[in-house]
Ligand binder design. Structure first.
Ligand code: FMN
Length: 191
């Protein structure tokens, strides 16, 4: 695993995490670990503690998993079918008084970020996707109209990159790259 190059050391999970596509198609997630991952999301901060995130969780082979897999873009279906678990994150887009909750996407992203961290901390890997048909996911899952599908998260156990082929293999072994800190910190970078 190639560690992120950082100016100052950061948490190992953050430095080592990546979004792999080569997954072990026989591996499963224990109930204990799955609950921990959902707890990590649950305890995310949100504006006014509104907690607008909702989750649909499918384990490989079950009805929810197949409903989610069916909504993925074909490129994503090509690797994500080997996930142990697929989770749709959906957001409550309106407040109780009917006005739009403008921050729901931000809050959902925070919950996913915590979910991803806990996943990697527990030795699994997570891969977020927006390459999916949100309307299809909503229909397949019988989603309430108060919810907007935001993303799909694949959770699984990483397999050797060589299980993939062609462009997918190339992407799997490519180094993780990021813009320089000096490009993204517009004012106030100390070092
Ligand atoms: C919101 C979001 C949507 C993404 N959608 C997809 C996707 O549909 N398919 C895919 O293979 N990867 C997807 N990714 C993974 C990104 O390509 C990946 O996080 C990025 O290239 C950085 O790589 P790293 O996570 O390994 O550091 C998505 C990531 C995020 C955060």
């Amino acid at each position: 695993m190639m560690k992120a190059q950082t100016a100052v050391e950061i948490h190992d999970v953050l430095a080592n995490r990546r979004s792999p596509r080569s997954l072990d198609s026989t591996a499963t997630l224990s109930d204990q670990d799955l609950v921990a991952i959902l707890e990590a999301a649950r305890w995310a901060p949100s504006a006014n503690n509104g907690q607008p995130w909702r989750f649909y969780v499918g384990n490989r082979g079950d009805e929810v998993f197949n409903a989610i897999l069916d909504s993925l873009a074909s490129f994503n279906q090509g690797w994500a079918h080997r996930s142990s678990t697929l989770i749709v994150v959906a957001g409550v887009h309106s407040r109780e008084d009917g006005t739009p909750n403008k921050g729901f996407l931000y809050d959902c992203g925070l919950a996913v970020s915590q979910m991803v961290f806990e996943t990697h901390h527990r030795g699994y890997v997570a891969h977020q996707m927006t390459g999916f048909d949100a309307a299809k996911a909503a229909e397949n899952l019988g989603m309430d109209s108060s919810l907007t599908p935001v993303a799909v998260i694949s959770i699984g156990t990483q397999a050797p990159a060589e299980h993939l082929q062609g462009a997918m293999l190339e992407r799997e072994v490519a180094p993780r790259v990021r813009k320089e800190l000096s490009e993204i910190v517009i004012k106030g970078l100390p070092l």
